[in-house]
Ligand binder design. Structure first.
Ligand SMILES: Cc1cc2nc3c(=O)[nH]c(=O)nc-3n(C[C@H](O)[C@H](O)[C@H](O)COP(=O)(O)OP(=O)(O)OC[C@H]3O[C@@H](n4cnc5c(N)ncnc54)[C@H](O)[C@@H]3O)c2cc1C
Length: 468
């Protein structure tokens, strides 16, 4: 596939009508019938009204919009799948550059390579790759965009077997702040390629990702719903870390959903749902689950061989748009104190929908050297994400306060944070996502590629940052 490379456009129109006339995609203004829907993002806490939403159709549209935002000084929000937990995919009074219509996907099953446009969602890509018995690791939910997820790192169902999403990234086509369309890979603009693998949207707008694909077809997947006992939580880390790397678990301390495979008597009761994907033969998968069943007698089970995409079908509920608030942290271990804190806080949540997600990491993710990409927390063994969805957006402050206090109780044990689960929590928290050596290198790349900080609606690395 031919790759676009363009010189920097000197300048573009600063008059809106002239700018919009040159866009081949769709430009949506507040008066348009589609505006209300087009401005929505997944986290309904963020109810902003942009000046315009540019639904780009090509890298040329993206470059034109970047240059327009640069020349007018309008705030620029870049959006792929619109799942930013921080609300970075929208803007009050600025321009939203929405890549969601750019869904081109070219799969080369022989070389096991894919060129994917940035508007694809994890589920769409995964369904197309499944037709070839192949997959690229993304996250736990099909509706999340491959763009934001990959640029932050990408931690999903195959993380222990195949690493992060960025570990399968071969190159990107990216529009930089000066409006150029360039390629970044191990050999072309390698500093930029290093930075986009974990550094988020700080360096430009990626229009295409080139990924490696792995042979993945039928997996054993599902969930064991354990009683949420202290012993079960205490044993979770050891069981998951000792499991074959074919097994990745994502556990949720949450109310048991009213699903047909869960006895009605426990619907709504707190459960430890150990969700998993085992990418190997089903008998070995069943054996790998035994240590989890030994933690506590399951309240219910759903364990079945299924196509890999099946796990996204099981998690459709997570795709629902709702207001929610989040806090997250990496831990070295899930020790007794952390378990007690989690159980105590979850016994009196501010919202009946509150969940605590626990991911036990390791495997291939940890084998990549910490300085190989801008995602440096390779050795974090545990990731905890506090997710508090709620119904009434007006109650946001109550749930934000509860979630933040819960987080503060765990925080003394934190060894860092994953940028993609950060809200807009301030500079200190961004520094927790990027250890000093990583941050210094990111700031250096930022200074060279985006000296005026055009791309600032993200976990922002300021070009002016002085790093001790
Ligand atoms: C329900 C849910 C489940 C999740 N599960 C996981 C998970 O399992 N694993 C995981 O790693 N993360 C997970 N996340 C976090 C997710 O990775 C981030 O929220 C990510 O930013 C979402 O990407 P998006 O493209 O959908 O979001 P968007 O809101 O479209 O983008 C988020 C930000 O990323 C940047 N960005 C997006 N696309 C581009 C692009 N093409 N070029 C430049 N910058 C871009 C922009 O700064 C943008 O503001 C989950 C989030 C949610 C809400």
């Amino acid at each position: 596939m031919a790759l676009a490379r363009t010189p920097a456009p000197a300048t573009g129109p600063t008059d809106f009508a002239a700018f919009a006339a040159g866009i081949r995609g769709t430009v949506i203004r507040p008066d348009d019938a589609t505006y209300e829907q087009a401005r929505e993002v997944h986290n309904a806490t963020f109810d902003r009204r942009p000046l315009a939403i540019v639904q780009a159709s090509s890298a040329a549209d993206v470059a034109r919009t970047v240059v327009f935002a640069r020349d007018t000084g309008l705030e620029l929000a870049v959006r792929g799948g619109a799942h930013s937990v921080a609300g970075f995919g929208t803007s009050e009074g600025g321009i939203v550059l929405d890549l969601g219509q750019m869904k081109g996907l070219h799969i080369d099953p022989v070389r096991r390579l894919a060129w994917a446009q940035a508007g694809l969602r994890a589920g769409e890509y995964t369904a197309a790759a499944a037709a070839h018995g192949l997959a690229t690791p993304f996250g736990d939910t099909g509706s999340v965009g491959i763009g934001g997820l990959t640029l932050g790192g990408g931690i999903g169902w195959l993380v222990r077997k195949y690493g992060l999403a960025i570990d399968s990234l071969v190159s990107v086509e990216i529009v930089t702040a000066d409006g150029r369309i360039v390629i970044a890979s191990a050999t072309e603009n390698p500093d930029l390629f290093w930075a986009v693998r974990g550094g988020g949207g700080n360096f430009g707008v990626v229009t295409r990702f080139q990924f490696r694909l792995h042979p993945v077809s039928t997996v054993l997947a599902g969930a064991l719903f354990l009683p949420p006992t202290r012993d079960a939580l205490r044993g979770l880390e050891a069981a998951a870390a000792a499991a074959p790397e074919a097994l990745t678990t994502i556990s949720m301390l949450m109310p048991a959903p009213p699903a047909p495979f869960i006895p009605e008597s426990v619907h709504g009761q707190l459960t430890l749902a150990v969700m998993f994907v085992f990418d190997g033969d089903p008998e070995s998968g069943q054996r790998a689950l035994e240590p989890f069943r030994a933690l506590a007698t399951p309240m219910a089970e759903l364990v079945a061989p299924m196509p890999y995409i099946g796990i996204y079908e099981l998690l459709k509920a997570a795709e629902q748009r709702a207001p929610s608030t989040h806090r997250s942290l990496f831990l070295d271990t899930l020790d007794d104190d952390a378990v007690d804190t989690i159980l105590e806080r979850m016994s009196k949540p501010s919202s009946p929908l509150a969940m605590t997600q626990i991911r036990i990491l390791g495997g291939q993710m940890a084998r990549v050297p910490a300085d190989a990409t801008a995602f440096a927390h390779r050795h974090a063994k545990v990731m905890v994400v506090l997710i508090t969805p709620f119904q009434d957006a007006a109650e946001a402050p109550v749930h934000a306060a509860w979630t933040h206090e819960y987080f503060e109780a765990l925080r003394p044990r934190a060894i860092g944070v994953y940028s993609n689960f950060l809200e807009a929590e301030g500079e200190d928290r961004i520094r927790e996502a990027y250890p000093t050596a990583t941050y210094r290198r990111l700031a250096d790349v930022k200074r060279r590629y985006d000296p005026t900080n055009l791309f600032r609606l993200n976990q922002n690395i300021a070009p002016t940052a002085s790093v001790a």
